[in-house]
Design a protein around this ligand. Structure first.
Ligand SMILES: [Zn+2]
Length: 398
């Protein structure tokens, strides 16, 4: 038979059937073959041959039976979560965090590594060594490392294929990060996203119930500056070149403080972690963020009034965000999430003065519970999106 004839179509149909089968197991696990057939609309024999292939390759396993129905109870099929690992890397100015999870996103280990140099080549070398060590440590798993999601504190221009401007990390501007990482790690699939997008993905994938079920979500994150990731109709809104969401540099004060971007009165000069340190007239070196949280929790007036002021300015920027995007849920991520209800209450006080109640009625604002690994989880979710395709490729290998 001609390779591009009926046989080619047969292969394509088989791949599509496998895709439906494995995606359905991932979404509704564990499932019987009969249930997979019902959910996918495929016939039971097709489902069984797909499941058998994944079984043979050790990517799924049979869970025993549900045991209650009369006759022979159905065997449930589940993902073999140990069949491979995912890696998420959260790059910050002073350090990067590596999170290793199983195929269901459960944390296996995490480590923080200091950035000894601002030279991007140094980072590529350093993280590539870690990837090599992890690949060796997980070589016994059928899929090994299935990919690495790199989260950067800057935008990544999808047209020029380089890191966009970051005033705090100028050495990385225009650096072809994807090319350099792929050159050093030729067999490892690499995905890159800016922190606000990855944070939003991590929240939707691993975060609270509200974010999982919602199609219109705004994720605001600040590790030092401030940026925004927007989910619209369940899709991440990235704009023409992948830099949408630079709202930290929207103007909230016409003749305000000079910003690192060159403009004046940017939102992030008043509502970010950096702004909170300015209000307290100190630095992270002198006062760890966790101490600010402790001071606020203990009711120390110096800290509570600083957080209230921060919340007021956060509210001004969020009023613009609500007017622009009409979100159902606003999630505060990054370090600011640790400020919890004190921050959220101040935000609401300002919002209710700025926006008619009818436009706020359906908005929910909450702080992410993913903590300091939230953005790294976003890196993992970038990898997990490719899991069905990775599993199919492996299952079809001779
Ligand atoms: Zn600015």
């Amino acid at each position: 038979m001609h390779p591009n004839g009926p046989l080619g179509n047969f292969d394509l149909v088989k791949k599509i059937n496998m895709e439906h089968t494995i995606s359905t197991i991932l979404n509704y696990r564990p499932l019987s073959r009969a249930k997979i057939a019902t959910l996918t609309g495929l016939n039971k024999m097709t489902v069984s041959s797909c499941v058998d292939l994944f079984l043979q390759k050790g990517l799924v396993f049979e869970l025993g039976t549900t045991g209650t129905s009369r006759g022979r109870p159905p065997v449930l099929v589940d993902i073999h979560e140990q069949a491979g690992v995912c890696v998420g890397v959260d790059v910050e100015i002073n350090q990067f965090t590596v999170l290793v999870t199983d195929l269901l996103g459960k944390r296996l280990e995490s480590m923080g590594i200091p950035m000894e140099s601002k030279d991007p080549y140094h980072f590529v070398d350093s993280v590539s060594h870690i990837f090599a060590d992890l690949a060796a440590a997980h070589a016994h798993r059928p899929l090994g490392i299935i990919g690495a999601g790199i989260v950067i504190p800057a935008y990544y221009n999808t047209q020029t294929n380089g890191v966009e401007y970051n005033a705090n990390l100028k050495e990385w501007n225009d650096f072809p990060l994807a090319d350099e990482l792929c050159r050093k790690n030729p067999s490892l699939p690499i995905y890159i996203n800016p922190a606000p997008y990855a944070g939003a993905m991590g929240e939707v994938h691993f975060g609270g119930v509200a974010s999982k079920t919602v199609e219109h979500l705004v994720y605001v994150t600040s590790s030092w500056g401030l940026s925004v990731g927007v989910y619209n109709k369940g899709e991440l809104f990235t704009g023409a070149t992948g830099t949408a969401g630079r709202l930290g540099h929207s103007t909230i004060h016409m003749n305000g403080k000079k910003c690192t971007c060159g403009s004046r009165g940017c939102w992030e000069m008043y509502a970010s972690v950096k702004a909170l340190y300015d209000l307290l007239e100190t630095t992270p070196q002198q006062l760890p963020f966790i101490d600010i949280v402790a001071g606020m929790t203990n009711g120390d007036a110096k800290y509570t009034s600083a957080v209230h002021e921060l919340g007021h300015y956060h509210g001004i920027g969020l009023a613009n965000v609500i007017n622009a995007y009409n979100p159902r849920v606003i999630c505060i991520g990054g370090l600011l999430a640790l400020l919890g209800p004190t921050l959220v209450n101040s935000i609401w006080n300002t919002l209710s003065e700025m926006i008619p109640a009818r436009f706020l009625r359906h908005v929910e604002i909450y702080c992410s519970e993913l903590g300091e690994l939230g953005v790294a989880h976003g890196g993992v979710s970038m990898v997990l999106r490719q899991l069905p395709a990775t599993m199919i490729r492996y299952a079809l290998q001779e």
